[in-house]
Design a protein around this ligand. Structure first.
Ligand code: SF4
Length: 213
């Protein structure tokens, strides 16, 4: 079967935003969650702007920046939407770009375990937006439970990949407080994760403000 995916946007020449070095952000359409303050609502709208790519077409499009990737230790960050809904596409892309590009994933991890397993050999760095580890806060904010998130976090930690993960810990106005975030960090530290990105959702602009790294 032909591998292809709907892509909402390709953003080039990003520096130190979503991964080391210079990166290109590739935003896939579609996501299993419905976060109240979704940062990329255009990826949830089936009628929103999008273009269908095969892995070969995407590779042709982004390799114009290959020299920058290799010189800076950068590469491609797959986001969305939820990139882990597209494991076959990303695996095919890795086989095209080879081992020297850095491939990152920005994910909620709220996907089937087999999708995460399929990505483990091809993703260099994982940016995981956990929302909040408290199941009630998570369900209120996203409309889904976080059972898969917890299981997939354990899967990554047990596979020795915690050092290749950055855990995003947002303050979500109206849903969680600093005490909730501290509890999330404590629980994640107990699993073996060490790198946390605390930030504030701006509910007015749908953007985020970095607090620390
Ligand atoms: S996980 Fe991301 S893309 Fe999906 S609904 Fe939440 S903010 Fe939007």
């Amino acid at each position: 079967m032909k591998i292809q995916a709907e892509i909402s946007a390709i953003s080039r020449l990003r520096i130190a935003v979503d991964g080391d070095g210079l990166t290109t952000l590739v935003a896939f359409m579609s996501c299993p969650l419905r976060c109240r303050y979704c940062l990329n609502p255009q990826t949830l709208d089936p009628d929103g702007p999008q273009k269908v790519y095969t892995p070969e077409e995407l590779y042709t499009e982004v390799r114009k920046d290959e020299l920058y990737y290799l010189a800076t230790g950068g590469g491609v960050t797959f986001g969305g939407g939820e990139p882990l809904l597209r494991p076959d596409f990303i695996r095919a892309f890795r086989s095209l770009c080879g081992p020297d590009w850095k491939l990152n994933a920005e994910t909620s991890l709220n996907v089937p375990e087999e999708n995460v397993r399929a990505m483990m050999p091809v993703i260099d760095h994982w940016f995981i937006d956990i929302k909040d580890m408290n199941p009630d806060i998570y369900r209120d904010y996203t409309g889904r439970d976080n059972v898969r998130v917890r299981d997939n976090l354990r899967l990554l930690a047990d596979a020795g990949l915690a050092s290749r993960c950055t855990l995003r810990i947002p303050h979500i106005p109206g849903y969680n407080e600093d005490t909730d975030r501290d509890k999330s960090v404590k629980e994640l530290e107990a699993m073996g994760f060490k790198v946390f990105d605390r930030f504030e959702y701006n509910t007015r602009t749908g953007s985020k403000k970095r607090e620390n790294k």
